[in-house]
Design a protein around this ligand. Structure first.
Ligand SMILES: [Zn+2]
Length: 219
């Protein structure tokens, strides 16, 4: 498996292994958002060589939600501090096989404490860049999106994809909450959307969200 690496701007790089693995985003040189399943080590090694980083360089990992395809790779970043929503932190600390769907991915979740729980409207700073946390339950209880207002960028986890939204029929999923979360997001000024799987949405992100909502409500 050959990883796809795409420079989004001067501080965000997308790494996509494809298959069931989540995308992950390198922010600066020290922070990543999501970690893949961690099961495809060779592809991750190729990616880190291309990016010229080692696992030890990463000091902060932000998780968009509690599913194994996003957090299984945490194992590789033993010294990094982990930031996640309260619900995701709970799944992680209790190594909850069910809510993480670890077995579905043939993986095993290990208990890990988070450095801090991220609440709605919290901010995480990376140099001059302010990342706002938006709690967006619907795909899962612990789902969050990361909003970078100055560049109108949304890192959307499994809430929004280029061609669909995250499924709402899994444990902790809820269609009504998904609609409420999307309504929260449609009020933001968004150009680019960086999802947890598949292609990115390059522009008119807010319009993309409005269209999804219109479709959902017309069903
Ligand atoms: Zn998910």
């Amino acid at each position: 498996m050959k990883p796809k690496i795409k420079k989004i701007n001067n501080y965000i790089t997308l790494v996509s292994l494809g298959g069931v693995d989540s995308n992950f985003y390198l922010l600066g040189r020290r922070m990543i958002v999501d970690t893949t399943t961690g099961l495809h080590k060779k592809a991750l090694d190729v990616a880190s060589r291309q990016l010229d980083i080692t696992e030890g360089d990463i000091t902060t990992v932000i998780l968009t939600h509690e599913h194994f395809d996003h957090l299984g790779g945490l194992e590789l970043f033993r010294n990094a501090k982990v930031l996640a929503s309260e619900q995701t932190a709970k799944v992680l600390e209790s190594a909850d096989e069910k809510k993480s769907y670890a077995m579905f991915f043939n993986g095993k979740i290990s208990s890990r404490k988070t450095a801090a729980c991220l609440k709605d409207k919290d901010t995480v700073r990376m140099g001059d860049t302010v990342i706002e946390i938006i709690h967006t339950p619907g795909h899962s209880e612990g789902s969050i999106c990361l909003y970078i207002k100055k560049d109108k960028i949304l890192i959307s986890g499994d809430t929004i994809f280029a061609d669909s939204i995250g499924r709402v029929d899994l444990l902790g999923g809820d269609e009504k909450e998904m609609i409420e979360s999307l309504e929260k997001l449609e009020n933001l000024e968004i150009e680019m959307i960086l999802p947890g799987h598949g292609e990115i949405i390059e522009k008119e992100g807010t319009k993309h969200i409005k269209n999804i909502l219109d479709n959902l409500k017309s069903i």
